[in-house]
Design a protein around this ligand. Structure first.
Ligand code: 1QQ
Length: 393
């Protein structure tokens, strides 16, 4: 084989040199690198994709506004896939090779419990944008999140279901037992149901890799529930909802945060109609920044921005505003990378942000403080070809 470098290898080498030059020492930097570790492949990409979309809108929006006092940010994407190891690898690459100032991700709490400690040990800030399980900010000083915990968000959907059908008494609960977030979310749902004076008539378990839910769905329906609650991810959760309808279940169904993506519509199609899902974002949220985000998002993707996109935009915003504050105090370009990461982490936690998901701040351990929550219900075309999330609260 010829040793002469092809155009592709020359281009690749040139690119990696540029990135290294930008990031090794910020003295020569023309951009400030922020790492994005979302699932771009595997079943989890159904959820990770919307996060990436929101982050890209934020990159353009904030760079159009001048970036960090004139220096643009550059998002560096590393695919985590759907497993823990992929998230660890993506974090390590972003930290050691891409030399980012901070990381956004990973998609699942299940992945975060493995990957966040890697960033924490390296003293690299992480803002999780879709991890909602209990215990995420507690992982370490460098781990914060802009995705409100399921304990605050999920109960709103049960209250909304009761409002639609005040006669609900019996509830069947389904959850994916191989996923950390879904195990926690189902506990929250079950507690909410009991606190509201309703009865959990059956608890059915499945795996996020399952495609056939006949036996669990039949068991669930046989318990004669007036409400079914599903804690799973988009592919498995969507298939379960479809099979419940095919087996004749007619009552209300609530989906948890793992079904909170328009990608679920492709899975359950017409059977998604009526599915209720709690939200930590509404496209109708008032304010200038949400309007700008919503307009840009709609122009780019021709749909209203979903929750995971709004949360990813917010995570980028937190970094941009904290970096701007930092740069005003001491020019970032005069600092070494470890110092930037350390100061950025402190600055981020101290700030208040007016974002598309409303005004937010952080507790000292990095938990989000957010005010507004919503509930949406899926409305499908009769033929199942298209649908949308309608906000009911
Ligand atoms: C978590 C979640 C996921 C379902 C979001 C994609 O909330 O893993 O914490």
């Amino acid at each position: 084989m010829s040793k002469t470098p092809t155009f592709k290898t020359i281009l690749f080498t040139a690119l990696s040199i540029t990135i290294t030059a930008c990031t090794n020492s910020t003295k020569t930097s023309q951009t400030i690198p922020i790492g994005i570790a979302f699932a771009q492949t595997s079943n989890v990409a159904l959820l990770g994709q919307e996060g990436s979309n929101g982050a890209k809108i934020a990159e353009k929006y904030f760079n159009d506004q001048g970036g960090i006092n004139g220096t643009p940010i550059k998002l560096i994407f590393q695919d985590t896939g759907g497993e823990e190891q992929g998230a660890i690898n993506a974090f390590q690459t972003l930290i050691n090779k891409d030399k980012v100032v901070g990381i956004i991700g990973p998609t699942l709490s299940q992945q975060g419990f493995s990957a966040h400690p890697v960033a924490d040990r390296a003293k690299v800030p992480v803002v999780a944008a879709s991890n909602t399980a209990k215990g995420i900010p507690e992982i370490g000083d460098y781990v914060a999140r802009v995705s409100s915990p399921a304990s605050i968000v999920a109960p709103n959907s049960v209250k909304a279901a009761l409002k639609q059908n005040p006669n609900i008494k019996k509830v069947a609960v389904f959850y994916a037992q191989n996923d950390a977030f879904n195990k926690i979310e189902t506990e929250i749902f079950q507690k909410t149901v009991k606190d509201l004076g309703l009865e959990v008539v059956t608890v059915q378990k499945f795996q996020t890799t399952d495609t056939d839910f006949q036996s669990q769905a039949t068991n669930g329906i046989n318990a004669k529930p007036d409400l079914i609650i599903v804690s799973g991810l988009a592919a498995d959760g969507g298939n379960l909802v479809r099979q419940l309808r095919e087996l004749g279940y007619k009552g209300l169904i609530i989906g948890g945060n793992g079904l909170n993506s328009s990608n679920v519509l492709k899975v359950c199609k017409a059977s998604c109609d009526g599915l209720i899902i709690a939200q930590a974002y509404s496209p109708q949220h008032p304010g200038k920044i949400n309007k700008a985000f919503r307009d840009m998002y709609f122009q780019q993707y021709k749909v209203e921005p979903p929750q995971f996109s709004a949360q990813a935009f917010t995570a980028v915003q937190v970094y941009v505003e904290a970096l701007n504050e930092l740069d005003k105090k001491t020019k970032i370009s005069t600092l070494q990378l470890p110092k930037i990461r350390e100061d950025l982490n402190k600055q981020m936690l101290a700030g208040k942000y007016d974002t598309p998901i409303g005004e937010i701040s952080f507790t000292p351990i990095g938990e989000i403080v957010q005010k507004d929550f919503y509930v949406a219900q899926i409305k499908m075309e009769k033929d199942g070809s298209a649908g949308k999330f309608e906000f009911i609260k």
